[in-house]
Write a new protein. Structure first.
Length: 259
């Protein structure tokens, strides 16, 4: 495996340049999604779901799901950027082949792609943070810590997305990790209901999911809390998850690209 140098920045810059041509389209989902969720759950569920208690503090249901929306946005932005978008660049556009004909290694190409995925997560989190702040659902200044959290989560989910890109043989097969990996996390990672409402075995399964820990940290930051063992444990988990997936993604993509 080759050493990774600053050349990966050129790959990131290439994706950034392309993104600037269509940034208005990419700007709309993270802008409108939190508004729709807040209106739907804040108005539609307000009379049906009373306030709930989270870690000893009584909060509204909208305040409970708002941080989860940011966490899900971080996951989706990085994961789908390094699966569908990266596959198109690799397989259909042959962008990876063109870049590797220059003095840029496979590892630097993949690192650039993952960092770009993390950048998309950062942009999504920043937009959603601004929107949710207008509804008073983010505590400041701890809310600013969601931005570095988005980078960490983006690297983790971008890396695991790149792992799948190294494995699948057809773009249609991405429906499998989407259905079997992303969708269960979206539903059962403490996003829409507290984990303690699940059976004991299901809680243990949920704690093994990276989105659970991303959501927990995001929720604590939005509530203005930064300390405690749960946050520390989740951060250690996310760092380990990102590191392991990043290494495995480099191995799988090297095998895919170097025949």
């Amino acid at each position: 495996m080759s050493a990774i140098t600053s050349k990966f920045v050129a790959v990131w810059r290439r994706n950034w340049t392309v993104h600037l041509r269509t940034w208005k389209v990419g700007f709309l989902p993270p802008l409108l999604e939190p508004i729709l969720y807040v209106v739907a759950f804040g108005v539609g569920f307000k009379l049906m779901i009373p306030n709930l208690t989270f870690h000893g503090e009584e909060i509204s249901y909208v305040a409970f799901i708002a941080p989860a929306l940011i966490a899900v946005g971080i996951m989706n932005s990085a994961f789908f950027e390094t699966t569908y978008a990266s596959f198109v660049r690799m397989y259909y556009q042959k962008t990876f082949d063109a870049i590797m004909s220059t003095p840029v290694s496979v590892e630097e190409v993949i690192t650039g792609e993952i960092v770009w995925g993390a950048t998309r997560s950062l942009m999504t989190a920043a937009i959603m943070l601004g929107v949710l702040s207008l509804f008073g659902l983010v505590h400041w200044p701890t809310g600013l810590l969601l931005l570095p959290l988005a980078v960490l989560g983006g690297i983790g989910f971008g890396s695991i997305g790149m792992m799948f890109t190294g494995w699948v043989t057809s773009i249609d097969l991405f429906t499998l990790p989407t259905f079997l990996f992303v969708t269960p996390m979206f539903l059962f990672s403490g996003t829409f209901f507290p984990l303690d409402t699940l059976p004991g075995w299901a809680q243990q399964v949920a704690l093994a999911l990276p989105l659970t820990h991303l959501t927990l940290v995001a929720r604590e930051l939005c509530l203005g809390r930064t300390g405690g063992w749960p946050v520390l444990v989740s951060l250690v988990y996310l760092i380990g998850f990102a590191a392991v997936c990043f290494f495995v993604s480099l191995v799988t993509m090297r095998r895919r690209l170097i025949h």
